[in-house]
Structure formats: structure tokens, C-alpha cells
Design a protein around this ligand. Structure first.
Ligand code: CIR
Length: 265
């Protein structure tokens, strides 16, 4: 019995996380949320609690300094994708974010021998990439195009991994509406519920009025869930996970979710 449990449990384990302290200029970040401007001091407090939650999951956290040049730079998931074998510097599709990649390269080289990159005309943001074991789903969005997806899949194949594309129509990034919780469990809402690509997963359907919580993050058996979404918290807990709520209201005002705030590997 115990052997069966070991065999069917996820093999993914994360050791490290990279985050970036929010900058004062975050009030100028890109937003379509219509939730008002973020409160910077509150965002700093929420970010510290987010780091605490990562540490509670056993991660060693590298905290990069705030970068006032880039209002959205706290969303460190977008300028890079980290895998078991290599890091991939992306080419963010939002023009104000393209150069966020520059300052990440040196940090990633501290952890990875192999650091690959996506180049123009390809544009890709990490929020559009969802890892499920050795297979990566790449959302084709306003930020991520087919040219970049082709480059990304070629890089994955070089390291024995695989990728496939998914068309998006309703959300900013693929992981705005999806969160892979390992062990074949996929948190999903809206346009993703019925997509054929995802029907082999055990779909945990997020209530439409809690759509923001679809971007919850599995880390070593715990799921970080945004505070204020009780139905989704209960759904995840009932699937057997430890739930750690994190208040990220100030980042939600910039269309950012829990996954966007870190790289985990
Ligand atoms: C942006 O629009 O780029 C930021 N305001 C939010 C980025 C959120 N990132 C993510 O979903 N991975």
C-alpha cells in the first residue's frame, strides 16, 4: 500500500525560489483589473508574507532588489522559465517588460549551467507556461506567440522534455486560469474547463466568482491560495492538500497572481 502511494505521488520537488521586491513604480504597472491603484506599503507587507509562505514550504529564497526602472518587475515569473535541466530567459511581449530579462541572467547562472533564451520575433512570458512533469503547456496569448513557442519547444526537446501550445481567448496568461497541483490534479476555470488538451487531468473546477484563485501554486505538497477565496481553498483542501492562504490583493490590482511572484525550481 505504502509502495503504491509512493509510486503515484508526484516526483516534483522544489528547492529554490527567486523573487523580486516590488518597486515604488509598481503603481504604474500594466493593469486591466479596474481595482484601483496598489498601496505600496501594503504590497511590501504582502510580499514579505509571500516569502514567508515559500520558506514554510521548504524553499531557499533569493530576494532580488526592487528595480524602479520596471514597474512590473516584481512579477518575476514572466521574464524566465525554470525547468529541471535549464533556465530559459524569455522575451516578454509587453514592450515595457522586455528588458526585465537583463538583470535575471546573472542570478540564473548561479543556479544553472545551461541558460537558454527566446529571441525576436518570438515573444513569450513565463505566465503562459505551465509545467506538468516533463511536459510544458504554452499559452498563445497577446504576450506569447507561435514563433516563441516553437523556439521554446525546441529547447525543451534538447533536454529530453516536451511542449505543446494552447490557444487562449479570455485571460492574460495561461496560468491566469490554470494551476497544476501535481498528481494529475489541475485547478481550472472558464475557457479551460472544456479544452480537450486538459481532459486527461482530474479537473478541480474553480467557481467563476473565484476565478482569480485558479492561479494557486503547488509547492512540495502545500498549495498557496490567494486569501479571500474560501470555496477554492475548501476545494483544494478537500483534494488532500495543505492550504496556505496568502493575501496578494495589491498584486491582483495589477493582474498579477501568486505564481507570477516567484520562480520555483
Ligand atoms: C503585466 O500585465 O504584465 C503585469 N501587470 C502582471 C503580470 C502577471 N504575471 C503573470 O500572470 N505571470
Amino acid at each position: 500500500m505504502l509502495l503504491a502511494i509512493i509510486i503515484f505521488r508526484s516526483e516534483t520537488m522544489f528547492t529554490y525560489a527567486i523573487v523580486r521586491t516590488p518597486c515604488r513604480a509598481m503603481v504604474n504597472g500594466i493593469s486591466n483589473a479596474n481595482l484601483g491603484l496598489p498601496d505600496y506599503q501594503k504590497a511590501l507587507c504582502q510580499h514579505l508574507d509571500y516569502i514567508e509562505a515559500l520558506k514554510e514550504c521548504g524553499l531557499r529564497v533569493t530576494i532580488l532588489p526592487a528595480d524602479e526602472e520596471f514597474p512590473d518587475s516584481t512579477f518575476v515569473e514572466d521574464p524566465a522559465v525554470v525547468t529541471r535541466s535549464c533556465a530559459i530567459i524569455t522575451n516578454p511581449g509587453a514592450p515595457t517588460r522586455t528588458l526585465e530579462t537583463r538583470s535575471l541572467v546573472a542570478t540564473l547562472r548561479e543556479f544553472y549551467t545551461d541558460v537558454e533564451s527566446i529571441s525576436a520575433p518570438g515573444t513569450l512570458e513565463g505566465g503562459d507556461v505551465m509545467m506538468t512533469g516533463d511536459h510544458f503547456y504554452i499559452g498563445l496569448s497577446e504576450r506569447t506567440n507561435q514563433a516563441a513557442a516553437d523556439q521554446f519547444i525546441a529547447i525543451l526537446e534538447k533536454y529530453g522534455m516536451r511542449g505543446s501550445v494552447v490557444a487562449l481567448s479570455e485571460v492574460l496568461h495561461l496560468k491566469t486560469g490554470l494551476g497544476y497541483l501535481e498528481d494529475n490534479n489541475l485547478l481550472a476555470c472558464g475557457e479551460f474547463l472544456l479544452k480537450p488538451e486538459f481532459q486527461q487531468f482530474n479537473i478541480l473546477a474553480v467557481d467563476p466568482d473565484e476565478a482569480y484563485a485558479a492561479n494557486s501554486v503547488w509547492i512540495n505538497g502545500t498549495v498557496l491560495v490567494p486569501a479571500g477565496f474560501p470555496k477554492t481553498s475548501a476545494l483544494i483542501a478537500s483534494a488532500g492538500y495543505r492550504v496556505r492562504e496568502v493575501d496578494v490583493s495589491e498584486f491582483q490590482k495589477l493582474d498579477g497572481g501568486l505564481s507570477c511572484l516567484s520562480l520555483r525550481f
